[in-house]
Design a protein. Structure first.
Lengths: 123, 113
């Protein structure tokens, strides 16, 4: 059974960089054909897709965040990471990592999610 | 971007009664080459991550109770809970995976009347 677990600082100062890691267990992050995403949810609000990285290492980002986002993968540690620069209070949210299955270049629904981690942007 | 709009924002249903949630996409999420709708439904309970219920608009994820069903095609979709149970109190989201920019509906909160 695949499991995902987010980790990282719960408090980040404005203008600094938010850094989170998602550790995948129960399977290799580089086996199969998947993409690994970050999704966030401000308190009491809906879900916003941030971006993804494929098993191959290629990435796609939400245009609304693209200038500030970097997603990378560390296959040796079975992890992928999110960096979001120049944060403001508007970036305060629960951040989830999630997996989507892919086939023949097309990727589908999010079938596994981490429990989420709350990141607060405040001085 | 494909905008996903759910209705209603919230609904209260008596135990054992039917709950119906609608989701409309700003453009079709039906892929003509395979005749599949790239639409999923998730359930989120307080303090938990979303849980996949339905994909391809109508295929239940394994171990999801059969009181949950999805229907629709193109731009209009429905999630139905045929007989609401206490454990179904949650927020439900639709999500399209047709466009590379994945988008979710705003959520529908289901409560017990």
């Amino acid at each position: 059974q695949v499991q995902l677990q987010e980790s990282g600082p719960g408090l980040v100062k404005p203008s600094q960089t938010l850094s989170l890691t998602c550790t995948v267990s129960g399977g290799s992050i580089s086996s199969g054909s998947y993409y690994w995403s970050w999704i966030r949810q401000p308190a009491g609000k809906g879900l916003e897709w941030i971006g993804r990285i494929y098993t191959s290492g290629s990435t796609n980002y939400n245009p609304s965040l693209k200038s500030r986002v970097t997603i990378s993968v560390d296959t040796s540690n079975n992890q992928f990471s999110l960096k979001l620069s120049s944060v403001t209070a508007a970036d305060t949210a629960v951040y989830y990592c999630a997996r989507a299955d892919c086939s023949d270049g097309t990727c589908y629904q999010f079938d596994y999610w981490g429990q989420g981690t709350l990141v607060t942007v405040s001085s | 971007d494909i905008v996903m709009t759910q209705s209603p924002d919230s609904l209260a249903v008596s135990l054992g009664e039917r709950a119906t949630i609608n989701c409309k996409s700003s453009q079709s999420v039906l892929y003509s080459s395979n005749n599949k709708n790239y639409l999923a439904w998730y359930q989120q309970k307080p303090g938990q991550p979303p849980k996949l219920l339905i994909y391809w608009a109508s295929t239940r994820e394994s171990e999801v109770p059969d009181r949950f069903s999805g229907s629709g095609s193109g731009t209009d979709f429905t999630l139905t809970i045929s007989s609401l149970q206490a454990e179904d109190v949650a927020v439900y989201y639709c999500q399209q995976y047709f466009d590379p920019l994945r988008t979710f509906g705003q959520g529908t909160k289901v409560e017990i009347k």
